[in-house]
Ligand binder design. Structure first.
Ligand SMILES: NC(=O)c1ccc[n+]([C@@H]2O[C@H](COP(=O)([O-])OP(=O)(O)OC[C@H]3O[C@@H](n4cnc5c(N)ncnc54)[C@H](OP(=O)(O)O)[C@@H]3O)[C@@H](O)[C@H]2O)c1
Length: 351
């Protein structure tokens, strides 16, 4: 291990986002992967739970235990289901670790959890200190945080594209209609009938609307970004027969009927000038999840539709990378004072 390397743990390596974290962290120049946590610990191996990573490290799998993680690492990623990671975080913080939670446990206010996640928050005192991990919008807060709430994949594809347009008052704050599409890996690895090939191939279907848990997260993320009350969001997610990829199309009223696509595009491009993972498309291009597959990139497209007085704003990303593991590593880089792009510069996989 080089002197400057940080010891990093991942809890939940048998899942999709956990596997993606290990894949990316193994190539990170400033990281020594020091703890791989999975239920069952040494009864399982990395090559068993993530066959594509066989031979990439000699590390054994270990039970997910706060004390054991604290003895092995300085930073920990929690790739665990909602409601599980919040039980671990206090012990990890008390042991001096910095924590990046990929679940939704630290993204909302305490009052939101019973309604949107179906549980009472077990550590409400920590919610106020958790930084919302959108690096392009909240870098100073993330850099200073002990605890980062890594955003959901859909909210990332909505909040990043809309925030500059709302801030510049080129669009009005609502209602914002969001149509979301996700590939099957967005639901995680557990096998359920709606996720089976026979059920999902040749099918596009909405699910869990109008009460998807990412709806209040979009509203809160936008409110944090623009510094005013939350705009109201109406969100309908759809499952599409793809493995990776999230694409959200947001429809929002233009502030002025004479606003052009060029003004919208220039506003977003100026807001993210120098942001290494934001690709703003010009009016001739159409966003595509295929182009961002495996990369930490979000493609953003903002188009004026003067006939209806709307802006149509698209965000496309890989749910496992910019929507989860890649963004989490970008957050870690900020927390460590490193280049935010460290370990994340690989292009996507195409076609
Ligand atoms: N998939 C995405 O695109 C995406 C994007 C953004 C955020 N997220 C969030 O990231 C988190 C992980 O998602 P995922 O897609 O990686 O899920 P996943 O593929 O279902 O993996 C879940 C992981 O958690 C472990 N686990 C399940 N129940 C546990 C428990 N009670 N105690 C300890 N470990 C437990 C699983 O281990 P076993 O192998 O033992 O079951 C597995 O390693 C979720 O909170 C999800 O909402 C996911």
């Amino acid at each position: 291990m080089a002197a400057s390397q940080t010891r990093v743990a991942v809890a939940g390596v048998s899942g999709y986002t956990g596997g993606e974290l290990v894949r990316l962290l193994l190539e990170h120049p400033d990281v020594e992967l020091s703890f791989l946590g999975a239920r069952g610990g040494e009864e399982r191996s990395l090559s068993e739970v993530q066959p594509h990573l066989a031979g990439s490290t000699d590390l054994p799998l270990r039970e997910i235990d706060a004390a054991a993680i604290a003895g092995s690492a300085e930073v920990v990623f929690l790739s665990l289901p909602h409601g599980v990671s919040s039980g671990l975080v206090l012990g990890l913080l008390e042991a001096g670790l910095r924590v990046i939670d990929l679940a939704g446990d630290f993204r909302l206010r305490a009052d939101d959890y019973p309604e949107w996640y179906g549980f009472d928050h077990p550590a409400p005192a920590l919610l106020a200190e958790a930084a919302y991990g959108l690096p392009e919008l909240f870098a100073p807060e993330i850099a200073a945080a002990r605890l980062v709430a890594n955003p959901g994949c859909y909210p990332t594809a909505v909040v990043l594209p809309l925030a500059p347009l709302l801030k510049a008052e080129l669009v009005r704050s609502g209602p914002i209609m969001v149509d979301g599409k996700s590939g099957l890996s967005g639901a995680g690895r557990s096998l359920t009938d709606p996720m089976m090939f026979a059920t999902s191939s040749e099918s596009v279907r909405p699910y869990r609307f109008p009460k998807h848990q990412h709806t209040p997260e979009m509203e809160r993320g936008l409110a944090l970004a623009i510094g005013t009350d939350a705009p109201a969001v109406s969100f309908v997610p759809h499952l599409v027969p793809a493995v990776r990829g999230v694409l959200c199309t947001s429809y929002v009223p233009l502030a002025s009927g004479s606003t052009t696509t060029r003004e919208l595009t220039e506003c977003v491009a100026a807001a993210y000038a120098g942001a290494p993972f934001v690709r703003v498309l010009d009016a001739r291009e159409m966003s595509d999840t295929k182009r961002v597959r495996g990369a930490n990139t979000i493609e953003i497209q903002a188009v004026a539709d003067p006939r209806t007085g709307s802006a149509i704003v698209v965000g496309a990303l890989d749910n496992l990378v910019k929507g989860a593991a890649g963004q989490a590593i970008q957050n870690m880089n900020l927390m460590l004072g490193s280049d935010q792009a460290a370990g994340l510069s690989a292009a996507g996989v195409y076609p």
